[in-house]
Ligand binder design. Sequence first.
Ligand code: GLU
Length: 331
Amino acid sequence: MNQIEIKGRLAPSPTGALHFGNIRTFMVAWLMLRSRGGRVVMRIEDLDHPKNKPGAVAAMIDDLRWLGFDWDEGYGCGDSDAEYVQSNRMDIYERALHKLKSAGLVYPCTCSRRDIEAGLSAPHSDECLYYGGTCRGQFNDFESARSTMPQNRIPAWRFRVTEGEVVDFTDGFHGAYTQVPSEVSGDFVLARHPQGAGYMLAVVVDDDAMGINQVVRGDDLLSATPRHILIYRALGLNPPEYFHLPLVVGPDGRRLAKRHGDTRVARYREAGMKPQRIIGALAASCGWARHDEELSLAAVLTRFDFASIPHAPFIWRDDILKRTDVHSPPY
Ligand code: GLU
């Protein structure tokens, strides 16, 4: 019997440096794949242009290698680097967009965030702004929509959500998850680019094109997954298996960010910390090590147990990496 190879990806966005929030998720993603004989792909998700930082790709790759990560395919594996950088894959997104356009499933939208907020009676979450479909059926094409807007703005492409369509799937970490996107997001933004290059469309198109069948990522994306699944359905593709992991948060319970201080891997690396200390602390956060253990990623692989990962968010504190028995730089 032919067994299907498990294939997953590390998909960093070069919007900043690698920090404790993203490496914990990458670590579990890598361990999940390696422990099941899977193949690891490295993809660079650089479509969020205003936020991309120069030099961030090279720095992230370097930090990941220093931490002990390896991968079998994608960016950093040789000649085909460019094929695994999203900004080089515009024609692939455009073809997918064309398919959705032909099926009448996308339309250009000229509404600004402020317009949408103003039209909502109920409060909304920042993560997902419900859209009532104001621009549905308004414009024949992108250019006619654009001509109604100020010079410095362009329309977004929205995906037309079918009223009442239910999406349910089993998340490998959270379990059963059900959502009716027409009640949660309404028609959602696929991309803010004339050719369809944007996170929502690109992540689906790339995961399919690269044969990804296992996606391990932060659970901030759990509620967006039904929208990804609608895109898979619309393109006639099969979604991967999903595992959404709890995020790393600061002591205030909010997602780890600059306000919690400098949690960049590079900061600890520059200060002389060993990668095994960082990996050891992250392994401890998943229940696989004592807090003061130093472990290589390869050593953690022998202890990997998906079932012991806590369901609560991991609270990062600045003293997590402190050791009393070795000379420590002043963290
Ligand atoms: N590039 C995204 C990030 O860095 C990951 C998106 C995904 O895994 O779907 O957060």
